[in-house]
Write a protein that binds this ligand. Structure first.
Ligand SMILES: C[S@@+](CC[C@H](N)C(=O)[O-])C[C@H]1O[C@@H](n2cnc3c(N)ncnc32)[C@H](O)[C@@H]1O
Length: 322
């Protein structure tokens, strides 16, 4: 029995007996005009953030959703791409596919705009997505990839990269750990399946994305998620998990490294109206300009007296320098 089988068994259990609040975080649910979420679907919200960002979803994108759960986010994506087959949802656990189908049927009764054939639920898993290369605009997964051991995470990310069109987006929400999780917890398969012990640190998580080729990563949210207390989890000190919402773009990695936007800005504090670093960054005097972390570091260290760099807000959703 592998941890992946333990995971499948766990989600078969919670498909049949919903565990309310299994993964959810303190953030208000996405409210959209005319969208009614059936109660049984809400009770099976096993996501730890959100992957549904309206800004990403113009022009009827083709969406591939990995790990459908109770179907909540598949329904929310369908809201933006209202056509048959617009959202392909891949799920290896039969009981979960059945639960999602049931919930989506209820959603069709409660939402005039929604038709059950907008979501195409397919058997399959994150390591062998049942779609062609370069064929979808968005791949999304919520609170699944953190369960994977690092080599499996790389395989799943490579699969997502394979199926995305050039410039396509991988939208993810996962727990991350504020320091490495000790081995005795990482090896606990049930805790891993519950999204409590597989999390990587922020640096490891983003490096995995860069290693498979994503050239730009944007952080949409970073929030406290769970505290692993020292007594229950046999730790020297309690360990905070956070939840991270991110969007990674299938664009080439620039020669000087991937761009990661965490909400930093650069502000020219000199006396001229404009500052030009002759490397593509033009700043207006006194006006914050969004920059990726790599550029923030370069500008801040090269021009410490002229340029102020503001802290990461961990909420970035547009603009940029690269
Ligand atoms: C934590 S739940 C998240 C469900 C959903 N994304 C949500 O936000 O409510 C993880 C989901 O991934 C599914 N899953 C487990 N192993 C998987 C795999 N190898 N590939 C794809 N999905 C998997 C589980 O059955 C479950 O539906």
């Amino acid at each position: 029995m592998t941890y992946l089988q333990t995971t499948a068994d766990f989600y078969a259990e919670v498909a049949q007996t919903p565990e309310v609040g299994l993964c959810c975080v303190q953030s208000s649910p996405l409210q959209l005009p005319g969208l009614v979420i059936p109660r049984s679907m809400q009770e099976m919200n096993y996501g730890c953030g959100s992957t549904v960002h309206p800004n990403e979803l113009g022009n009827n994108p083709k969406v591939l959703y990995v790990g459908v759960g109770g179907g909540l986010e598949a329904l929310q994506f369908a809201y933006f791409c209202r056509q048959p087959g617009a959202v392909i949802a891949v799920e290896p656990v039969e009981a979960m596919r059945q639960a999602a189908n049931r919930n989506l049927r209820l959603a069709a009764e409660e939402n005039d705009w929604f038709s059950i054939d907008f979501v195409d639920i397919r058997a399959g898993d994150a390591f062998a997505l049942p779609v062609a290369d370069n064929s979808v605009d968005v791949v999304a997964q919520n609170c699944l990839f953190n369960i994977f051991e690092p080599e499996d995470l790389s395989r799943a990310l490579q699969e997502a990269y394979r199926v995305l069109k050039p410039h396509g987006r991988l939208i993810m929400s996962d727990p991350i750990a504020t320091r490495p999780i000790p081995r005795h917890l990482r090896q606990d398969e049930r805790l891993r399946a519950m999204c409590l012990s597989g999390a990587l640190t922020y640096e490891e998580y983003t490096q995995h994305l860069i290693d498979v080729g994503f050239g730009q990563i944007e952080i949409r949210a970073r929030r406290p998620y769970r505290l692993l207390d020292s007594v229950t989890y046999q730790l020297e000190q309690s360990l905070l998990l956070e939840s991270l919402d991110s969007v990674s773009f299938k664009v080439p990695i620039p020669d000087d490294g991937a761009c990661i936007f965490t909400g930093k800005t650069a502000i020219y504090a000199g006396s001229e109206p404009l500052f030009d670093d002759q490397a593509g960054h033009i700043l207006q005097q006194g006006v914050p300009s969004a920059v990726c972390d790599k550029t923030a570091l370069k500008l801040g260290s090269t021009y410490p007296d002229k340029i102020l760099i503001t802290d990461s807000t961990w909420h970035y959703d547009g603009g940029g320098c690269c």
